[in-house]
Design a protein around this ligand. Sequence first.
Ligand SMILES: Cc1cc2nc3c(=O)[nH]c(=O)nc-3n(C[C@H](O)[C@H](O)[C@H](O)COP(=O)(O)O)c2cc1C
Length: 371
Amino acid sequence: MPTLKTTVDGLSLANPFIIGSGPPGTNLQVILRAFKEGWGGVIAKTVSLDSSKVINVSPRYAKLKSADQKEVIGWENIELISDRPFDKWLEEFKQIKDAYPEGVLIASIMEEYNKDAWCEITERCQDAGVDAFELNFSCPHGLPERKMGAAMGQDPDVLREVCGWVNAVSKIPVWAKMTPNITHIEDPSRASLLGGCEGISAINTIRSVMGVDLETLRPEPMVEGYTTPGGYSSKAVKPIALRMVMEIAQMIRKEFPGRSLSAIGGVETGRDAAQFILLGGDTIQVCTGVMKFGYPMVKQLCEELLEFMEGKGFETLAHFKGHSLDYFTTHAELVRMQAERKEAAKAKLVAKDGDWDGDDFVKQSNDLATN
Ligand SMILES: Cc1cc2nc3c(=O)[nH]c(=O)nc-3n(C[C@H](O)[C@H](O)[C@H](O)COP(=O)(O)O)c2cc1C
């Protein structure tokens, strides 16, 4: 019987499914609910030291639906990090760990480019008893205006320095969460690992504009008649997330064996999760999926992943992690392999009467002759 139990960076998880930072991990009540439903871990909504600077607007979400309007395919948000006081969060971290000591609780933290601020937020969350950190270098809207989030995540030198500050004071595992709004995601990932992080999380949302209302001619989501580009998530981003997870996993395998990778982007089923693990994910995060289907979806995620493992004879996640990474190559190599196969097929001799084909009849006849 296969098992979903896994240990990543010393963290023991009942299953690899972790709530991704966002509304599903936004306060004590919802995090307790997540653990009650059986999620292996929860990454809380990103916190900063001074929540008074965080002011949200509404509406702040916009959905892309299928042609029949029945299915949500893409989701844009212009939501900021947590607007709840940091001291309140610290109390709640303690209460959550008291209630679910075995649940893996990860604090997502973000600060401005200031060493003291990063050290303070790290030490205070750590003292509150969280199990690990995720550094949010990836929020694409609002925060970059304060040189935070994706603004930092696009600068490998800054990343390496900030990761170094956090790792100098952190006694628990640290993951750095990458922005997909960059050409080569390996560069900031490498910088974070060089800065001492145990792992990488990828991806955060993709910078986007959901649409333009053809009546009002205003872009959406509209706030007071205007909008600002937001972050795109949900099912539609899965192919992009898979590609980026694959690129980071290849880099980790080559340059940092043993470091971890937490995959995120559009996961809704156990079969989605299996694909991310085949491309190198150790854990699987879900954010928008929980907003669409609710916390109990974790049971189905686990069942479907176990079903896949049983079907393939995999006993543990380690048995198939990264298995499909070997099947990526360059386009030039695809062309060469295809030409080689076609040549080989052409050269195939007629072994049985059924192999004769009308097009190559003369060649096939000659190939069977000795001169
Ligand atoms: C409404 C909303 C709020 C989010 N807030 C945060 C956040 O505070 N910190 C963070 O690191 N990521 C945040 N994210 C990004 C998600 O954690 C995740 O990286 C992204 O949505 C892709 O995964 P998904 O398709 O499973 O949602 C947010 C996403 C959504 C949809």
